[in-house]
Structures are given as C-alpha cells and as structure tokens.
Design a protein around this ligand. Structure first.
Ligand SMILES: Cc1ncc(COP(=O)(O)O)c(C=O)c1O
Length: 459
C-alpha cells in the first residue's frame, strides 16, 4: 500500500465523527459505544488497511469474514468498471454475460457440477432463498405439509426475520415472535461439549438430535435442516467428519432437504471451496455470499444441486416464484468472476489450507498465557482463541472484565483490526496472507495477552 493517503485530523475528523454520531446507524452496535471514536477507513492493500488518521494495520477479521482475496485488487475494480461501461443492469426478464458466466463458474467449482445458482444480494437473502426453495421443493414432491425447519441454537443465519428465527444467536435481535415451524437443536461445541464422552460420539449424538426432532414432529412436516459447517457465531468449533456425515444420512433417511449455510465458509475459508467437501458430504442447497466477491460488491447465492433445481423446471406450477430485484447484480457478478480468477491464479484455496495450518501451529504458543483456555483451528484460515478466567474449569470471565471492549482497543494499538475480539478472539484473515503476516498477528496477540494478564492481575 503506497502511503499517498491524505490523513484526516483536526476539524475535518471532528466533523466526520459528529456527522456519524448524529446520523449513522452502525449495524448491531450501540451508538454510545462508538460515538466520537468511530474507526474510519479509506484504503487497503492485501491484508493491510489504513485508517484516515494514517494508522496502518492488518485486518485479522477480513472485513466481516469476507475479504478472501484481500484489499486493493485492481483487476476486480477494472472488471466492475467494464461492466458498468457496457450495461450496468439488464431489462427485466433478461440476463448478462457476467451473470451467466458466474453461474457456470460456480457450478464448475461446486461438487455437483449440474448445480443451478439463484443469485441474491447477500447472506441473509441466500438463507431465505435456500429455505423457501427447500419448502417449495417439498411441496412439489409430495410433502405439501412440510414447513418446519430445524437449525441449531447459537448459530447465525442472518439478520432478516426468518433467518433470525433460525439463528437464535445473541448477535441478532428477533424483535418479535419466531417464524412458525422453527425448531432448534443442540449446537456442536468442541470446547464445552454438550454431553460427556468421546468427541466423535458426542458430535454424532448432537447430530442425532435432528433425527429425534424429525421423528417427534413427523417427517412429513419437516422441510429442511440447516447448519453452518463451522459456526463462526458459535465460536468456531470444527466438528469431526462424522457430524456432517450423520446430518447427510438423517436428511436422506427422512427426505429432508439439507442446507449448508456457507456464507462464511464458502469459497475457500476451510481449505476447500466448499466446507462439507472436507468430510465428503454434498448438501442439497448451499447458501453463500461474502467471499464470493471478497466484499468488492454485495452478492450472495443459493446453490441448488441438480436434483433440487430440476423440481423447478416444468410447467407454471413448478416455477420458483421468488424475486430479489438486485439479486446477482451484473456489476457484482463481474466482481465475483474477477475475484474467482484470482482464487485460481494464486491458488488461494491451497493457501488457505497451508497458511491455516501454519496459523493454528503458531497460535499454540499462546497457551503459555494462563488465560488462554482453548485454541481452535486447523481447517483453513478460520481460527479462534478462547480466554477463560480459570483454565481448569473453563470458567468464562465475568462481563465486568469488559473483554469485548478492552481487547479490540489493545489489538488496535498493536496494529491489528479485530472488532470481534472478546472472550473469543476470532481470526479470519484474507486467504492471500503470508507466513510473515501471520507472525505479525500472533506476536501482537501474544503481546496483548501479556498486557491483559497484567491488567487483570493474573500472574
Ligand atoms: C453463517 C452466516 N449466514 C448468514 C449471514 C448473513 O449474511 P448477510 O449479513 O450478508 O446478510 C451471515 C453473516 O455474517 C453468516 O455469518
């Protein structure tokens, strides 16, 4: 990143802070927590970003889990510009070359190459679309009364009303009653396992809760089951292979559509283009967004296997009546195509695997800190460090320790952006990251934890 940025200070900075404080609604944030001290960025390159005051930092969270190809990719900007100079969006009922080529590219990368891709604008819409598609698929295939959807507690599937019903994450406000038919089961947690026993047995037992609920409700009433392959919201707990394999068996046994919410894990994050490939599993529908464009434009998709998609090819009755005006916007599609070209040219998925292993390895030394209870990772570039008051008993820090406020600031002072650091420090850097840059992150974490222990009086 060349340092041509005009830094902003004094009156202009104050003016921006004042305008933001009065008029900007920050997502899922309390205004009083950031008013007057909002971080503002206008520049980035690779894993590095620069705020308008001239501070240069590594973005260890890859934006909000999406910056796969890194910042400042000129070729993505050029592709978007070219699309804009041709046609920015086509007349209703038609398409563009960028949309068609992207659908074909996604199907080529997806394990089921006969897949059909329904483009939307982001992750919540991808989940809404996947669930609606699953319900209508069931209606068209003899399960007219199937409307229930099983998901896991503490997961996150988006901010829209139905997605919030599925998620049950404290990160999203339901602001009212849940969607009828939303049923929740135990989530997988590798650190505080929900049952005693061998991890594989416990994971299978968690998966079996889906079966219990299907049988209890009657299989004819259940349309779909949905889960994130690795739930970032729940704290990045990687399940054993048997978990997703069991979900697949249960879905097949009862004719329930298996939806993978790969809004975070899709496109390389776990060292495969699609996470269930790590375990030899093919879901029926996959919801994706974020890394599809690496955040250069808003875009998401529900990817349907050929079996599901073929339900919607026939007469008027079979039509999937579902419309999102800007779903698959051609400029976003052009960005995604250019982004995926970078993936292939630079083997970003392979780098995710290699650097993910390196990151996980380096993070092990943080166990030298007594307050580190668990280090999770080893499946691509998604990792977490969980802090505890008492390692022996895995006791969490009380809210009064204020980790969620203290840690992001301590890390910022050490040139790391991670607004998601608290009890759990999540790491989701760009897939283009190098070993040196990983060292920079781990050293900063090490240093911040030393200071935190000292501040907390932990010897
Ligand atoms: C697993 C998962 N699903 C769905 C969503 C919703 O995506 P969006 O915020 O793009 O609507 C998110 C967002 O973080 C997510 O992590």
């Amino acid at each position: 990143m060349t340092s041509t940025t005009q830094t902003v200070s004094g009156e202009r900075l104050e003016e921006l802070q004042q305008m933001a404080g009065e008029h900007l609604f920050m997502h899922a944030a309390q205004t009083n927590d950031w008013r007057g001290s909002l971080k503002i960025f206008e520049k980035g390159e690779g894993v590095w970003v620069e705020d308008i005051e001239g501070n240069r930092l590594i973005d260890a969270m890859g934006g909000l889990w999406y910056k796969a190809a890194g910042y400042g990719r000129r070729e993505i900007a050029d592709a978007m510009y070219q699309q804009l100079m041709g046609i920015e969006s086509p007349p209703a009922g038609s398409s563009t070359v960028s949309q068609i080529e992207l659908a074909a590219k996604v199907a080529e990368l997806y394990p089921d190459h006969g897949a059909r891709v329904f483009f939307v604008s982001g992750g919540s819409e991808a989940v809404e679309t996947a669930v609606k598609m699953a319900k209508k698929h069931q209606q068209l295939n003899g399960k007219a009364g199937a409307f229930k959807v099983i998901s896991r507690r503490y997961s996150y599937h988006g901010g829209t009303a139905m997605a919030v019903s599925l998620g049950r994450s404290p990160a999203a406000d339901p602001a009212g009653p849940e969607m009828p038919g939303a049923i929740h089961v135990t989530n997988w947690n590798s650190y505080r396992m929900p049952f005693d026993g061998d991890p594989v047995d416990v994971a299978v037992k968690c998966a079996n809760e889906f079966e219990t609920v299907i049988v209890h409700n009657g299989p004819s009433t259940v349309a779909a089951m949905i889960a994130e392959p690795v739930s970032a919201a729940a704290g990045i707990h990687i399940p054993p292979a048997e978990y997703w394999q069991r979900l697949r068996e249960i879905a097949d046994k009862y004719g329930v559509v298996l939806i993978a919410d790969e809004v975070i894990t899709g496109f390389g994050r776990t060292g495969e283009y699609f996470a269930p490939s790590n375990w030899g599993v093919q879901p029926d529908i996959t919801a994706v967004a974020k890394a599809l464009t690496s955040g250069y434009a808003p875009l998401g998709a529900a990817i349907a296997t050929k079996r599901i998609a073929d339900s919607f090819v026939g007469g008027a009755e079979q039509t999937f009546r579902h419309l999102i005006t800007f779903g698959g916007h051609p400029v976003a599609a052009a960005a995604a195509l250019a982004n995926l070209k970078i993936f292939e040219k630079e083997d970003l998925v392979g780098n995710s695997r290699r650097m993910g292993d390196y990151l996980f390895d380096q993070l092990q030394r943080l166990y030298d800190h007594q307050i580190v209870g668990d280090v999770r990772g080893g499946l691509g570039l998604l990792a977490a460090v969980e802090l505890v008051q008492d390692r022996q008993n895995k006791t969490a820090f009380p809210a009064s320790a204020g980790l969620a406020k203290r840690l992001p600031k301590m890390l910022y002072d050490r040139k790391i952006v991670s607004f998601r650091a608290g009890d759990v420090i999540s790491l989701c850097p760009p897939l283009s990251i190098t070993a040196d840059e990983i060292d920079f992150i781990v050293n900063a974490l090490d240093d911040a934890l030393t200071q935190l222990e000292s501040d907390l009086g932990v010897s």
